[in-house]
Design a protein around this ligand. Structure first.
Ligand code: SF4
Ligand code: SF4
Length: 362
């Protein structure tokens, strides 16, 4: 008979003992398998999450056209920062060795005055720390302090069009990356590794091949292209899955892939054809908002123009929330592929299809 607590510990030890990226991914899959099996057999998820997103703030200095913040209900989404005390009391105890910590959310994390103290605490716990950033607030001082994270993921939506779409010049972000590379070379460091997130749309797709070329000269480790999330009718014509944009998207995806291949850059391109995906995020991923709300993932704001919380760490413990009725309903519906919570109803992570994803707008 397997002791479930041993199993829980074993999964974290495994994660910590292996440092190769592929091996880590494989272990993560095994853990997700165990989480799903335990849920099926026992009606509860016996493992803690593998990845935790932490929203240090939902304030932002930019106003990108694709951002959910332009479309949510301002009454339901008050602005604020996670306090250091809250982090220490409520979030830090959830962290484990080898856990992926993603510092991200609907805001720019560098606006939180305690960010470096919080990063330190995550490091001390032995987590793999990823910082998602718009890259506009980097200074020589904070670049030095950010050398402690494992990966920095920059959002860049084009070369020329980055300024128009995000309000920040791509050249400024490239400069930041050069600075990081310089320090890494000088100190002989392997991290932080650098990744780029590109939100593809009609207005910037022609710049993708050029950006991939620049990324290869900047020693980027991973380049991820994603579709636009459609929060409002005025974004529909920008989607690359829109019938008027499909040929354009095919052409520029192909060019970008050829350049990435020649330069040995890992490039991830989303499907253009309609594709069923199966979301199992709530089994191993969790997201904590600045105000303590616990969310199974950072998508799903399209319903009621809000993120939907499955609990709040100011009112309940993480253990209570992690297997409560609401999160288990979401898990069950994803496994059964029916009776979806409105949160997941039209989510592109379940079905990558423009018509499906925009049903809520009709
Ligand atoms: S940087 Fe991120 S959070 Fe800020 S407006 Fe842009 S997409 Fe939104
Ligand atoms: S289906 Fe979408 S909204 Fe639901 S848990 Fe998965 S990613 Fe989140």
């Amino acid at each position: 008979m397997i002791d479930l607590n041993d199993l829980k510990r074993w999964s974290y030890e495994l994660r910590f003992d292996n440092s190769g990226t592929l091996t880590k991914r494989a272990i993560s899959k095994i853990k997700k398998f165990i989480a799903i099996q335990s849920f099926k057999q026992l009606g509860k998820n016996i493992l803690y999450p593998d990845t935790i997103g932490i929203e240090l703030t939902n304030r932002c200095n930019l106003r990108c056209i694709e951002c959910a913040r332009n479309y949510w209900d301002a009454q339901k989404n008050k602005f604020g920062d996670m306090s250091f005390d809250f982090f220490v009391d409520k979030v830090e105890p959830i962290l484990h060795k080898g856990m992926n910590v993603q510092i991200n959310g609907y805001g720019e994390s560098l606006l939180n005055k305690d960010i470096f103290k919080i990063l330190d605490r995550c490091n001390k716990k032995g987590c793999f720390v990823q910082l998602y950033t718009n890259g506009s607030l980097f200074t020589p001082e904070n670049i030095k302090k950010l050398m402690r994270v494992d990966q920095i993921v920059f959002s860049i939506d084009g070369i020329e069009s980055c300024k128009k779409i995000r309000g920040v010049s791509s050249e400024k972000i490239f400069d930041n990356i050069r600075q990081i590379n310089k320090i890494k070379a000088k100190k002989n460091l392997l991290s932080p590794t650098i990744a780029i997130n590109f939100c593809a749309m009609r207005d910037n797709i022609k710049e993708l091949p050029g950006l991939v070329k620049i990324a290869s000269t900047l020693k980027i480790d991973y380049f991820s292209v994603r579709h636009l999330n459609i929060y409002s009718k005025n974004l529909i014509s920008q989607s690359l899955q829109h019938k008027d944009n499909l040929r354009l998207a095919e052409r520029y995806f192909k060019k970008a892939q050829d350049i990435a291949k020649r330069n040995k850059l890992i490039l991830s391109i989303p499907p253009l054809e309609n594709k069923f995906l199966s979301c199992t995020n709530p089994f191993n991923v969790v997201w904590i908002k600045w105000n303590g709300d616990v969310i199974p993932c950072c998508l799903g704001i399209v319903h009621e123009k809000n993120t939907i919380s499955v609990g709040n760490l100011n009112k309940s413990s993480f253990d209570e929330i992690w297997n409560n009725n609401m999160i288990n309903h979401i898990r069950r519906s994803l496994l059964d592929n029916k009776n979806f919570h409105p949160y997941c109803e039209t989510c592109p992570e379940r079905y990558c299809c423009l018509e499906f994803n925009i049903r809520h707008l009709k």
